[in-house]
Design a binder for this molecule. Structure first.
Ligand SMILES: NC(=O)c1ccc[n+]([C@@H]2O[C@H](COP(=O)([O-])OP(=O)(O)OC[C@H]3O[C@@H](n4cnc5c(N)ncnc54)[C@H](OP(=O)(O)O)[C@@H]3O)[C@@H](O)[C@H]2O)c1
Length: 241
């Protein structure tokens, strides 16, 4: 069986943590983002036969079909797709630039849908596959200043549900991973009192980190998760309990 996994946004934060754990489990990782990072380059050089990188900007949605074709031609049909890349633009809706609104919808919703469209064609031929759409607890809870981001994340959760119904008959599972707040580049603006209050509200008295969320992703790709589809796995140290 092909063990290739496409990870969007593999170079930083959660995508990087997922890529590291995937390689440790013996998967072949094809990471995609706009620019490579030192950490991902290090992973590539220590696993030169199982970690690869393609530079691509997901706002170029019209080129996603060609990107997936190139990946399949080079590495074979994917076993799994991790739709992780996203933008985290925040701002009060009334003053948010339209350009930012359009970009959020393109990168966070349109791109993962198109990636799933083209990657699932190969999975259909394999008669097995896994798709993990990275959502967020903000998609169901809401957060001041994240209305558009929140809309994109609940859109993905809705996409997961219907797509799981479509692909279940060919043994492809589709799930949403909904992390809570994790310290990454995306959240570096949130510090001080706000961060302390998010942490205090968690029953575990701490935040989940990217390694915690990556472990849940690895589980969704495992044989043991073969009967889990169309659902959301929340990794938020209990913040939404
Ligand atoms: N951090 C949190 O607290 C949190 C909470 C819940 C959910 N999430 C979700 O977790 C996922 C990962 O977030 P993160 O915190 O790890 O963010 P991050 O550190 O900002 O990493 C985002 C990744 O996506 C890539 N990316 C962003 N825009 C792209 C574009 N237009 N084209 C190609 N690649 C692009 C980035 O690489 P380049 O910049 O090189 O393109 C990077 O590899 C996202 O879906 C996010 O919504 C995060």
């Amino acid at each position: 069986m092909n063990n290739m996994v496409i990870v969007s946004g593999a170079t930083k934060g959660l995508g990087l943590a997922i890529s590291k754990q995937l390689v440790a489990k013996g998967y072949l990782v094809v990471g995609v983002s706009r620019t490579n990072s030192d950490e991902y380059k290090e992973l590539m050089s220590s696993h030169s036969d199982s970690v690869f990188f393609h530079s691509f900007d997901f706002s170029n949605t019209e080129k996603i079909s060609a990107l997936v074709k190139k990946i399949v031609n080079t590495y074979g049909r994917p076993y799994a797709l991790i739709n992780n890349a996203a933008l985290g633009h925040d701002g009060v809706l009334a003053t948010m630039h339209e350009k930012d609104i359009h970009e959020l919808i393109k990168v966070n919703v349109e791109a993962p849908i198109l990636l799933a469209k083209y990657a699932s064609r190969s999975m259909l031929l394999n008669k097995i596959g896994r798709i993990v759409n990275v959502g967020s607890i903000i998609g169901s809870t809401g957060f001041n200043g994240l209305s558009v981001y929140g809309a994109t994340k609940s859109a993905l959760a809705g996409f997961t549900k219907s797509l799981s119904r479509e692909l279940g008959k060919v043994n492809i599972t589709v799930n949403t991973l909904a992390p809570g707040y994790m310290e990454t580049n995306m959240t570096q603006g949130l510090q001080g009192d706000k961060l302390a209050s998010i942490t205090r509200r968690s029953p575990l008295g701490r935040l989940a980190n990217v390694d915690d969320a990556a472990q849940a992703t690895i589980f969704l790709l495992s044989d043991g998760a073969g009967s889990i589809t169309g659902t959301t796995i929340t990794v938020d140290a209990g913040s939404t309990a």
